[in-house]
Design a protein around this ligand. Structure first.
Ligand code: SAM
Length: 250
């Protein structure tokens, strides 16, 4: 029987490596390009704007947004994903990458736009820590700076949760079990590769829009716009995403 109760609180330190990139290989540059287009259309980013891709992973968004400004920094905790980011080839301006924990920003400069894309928030055990991250973001934004958060839409996920699924990705067999507990979407991922079995977890806080609004406001960030899809459709109850643009209140 599968073990669904509880989860490893440090799951995010273990999961975002080589296997993550294989399991989520459909989240590629073309997926990233659509979201970057939405961001560029709804901001006033220029060549001199300073941008931070918070939890940048392998840098897919950081590279694409570097077509619009020369000052892009990607921050992530995963050495493996950062290594992949460094290795990417570009004909244009390359972003800078830094390894750090989003709970402790290492910067002595401020940014015009900070973004956190593809559900890279809500990983910690309690909302106080999420507010703390939001305060780190606030403190690293210039006056009138913008925080953009691309998150899953909790209502959509709750209604369509597929409890179990198996698939083959390249050479690996992936089994995913999903459930909801403690206001979190929980996922157990079992990977079989070359006769070895590995297990990982994902556990992400489900936020309704009003909860996110409340959380961000505690850090001085005020939601100005919300989209429900990467194509710019407005947010609705059955949108797949919840993409918020929040302004720094001064
Ligand atoms: C779902 S992935 C998304 C990555 C990237 N934004 C993308 O769209 O490809 C979440 C990212 O958050 C990073 N991460 C997890 N916990 C972190 C932490 N405490 N501080 C900084 N980055 C973290 C992971 O290493 C991973 O790259």
């Amino acid at each position: 029987m599968s073990q669904k109760v509880g989860y490893n609180k440090n799951w995010y330190k273990e999961w975002f490596g080589e296997d993550y990139l294989i399991v989520y290989q459909h989240r590629d540059d073309s997926d990233a390009r659509e979201l970057i287009k939405l961001i560029v259309k709804n901001t006033t980013i220029s060549q001199n704007s300073r941008l931070l891709d918070l939890a940048c992973g392998n840098g897919r968004h950081a590279y694409l947004i570097s077509e619009y400004t020369k000052n892009v920094v990607g921050l992530d905790l995963s050495s493996h994903l950062l290594h992949q980011a460094y290795k990417k080839k570009t004909t244009g301006q390359a972003p800078a990458f830094v390894r750090a924990d989003m709970r402790h920003f290492p910067f002595n400069v401020k940014f015009d736009v900070i973004f956190s894309l593809f559900t890279s928030f809500g990983y910690f055990e309690d909302d106080e820590m999420h507010v703390h991250v939001a305060k780190e973001i606030y403190n690293s934004l210039n006056p009138n700076g913008l925080f953009i958060l691309d998150y899953f839409n909790a209502a959509y996920v709750a209604e369509r949760l597929i409890p179990q699924g198996k698939r083959t990705v390249g050479e690996i067999e992936v089994e995913e079990e999903r459930w909801i507990s403690d206001q979190r979407v929980q996922k157990k991922i079992t990977i079989q590769r070359d006769g070895l079995t590995k297990t990982f977890h994902e556990s992400v806080r489900m936020f309704e829009l009003h909860e996110l609004e409340n959380l961000l406001s505690k850090a001085g960030l005020k939601i100005a716009k919300v989209f429900g899809e990467y194509d710019g459709s407005p947010y609705k109850k059955d949108s797949t995403r919840m993409i918020v643009f929040a302004e720094k209140c001064t």
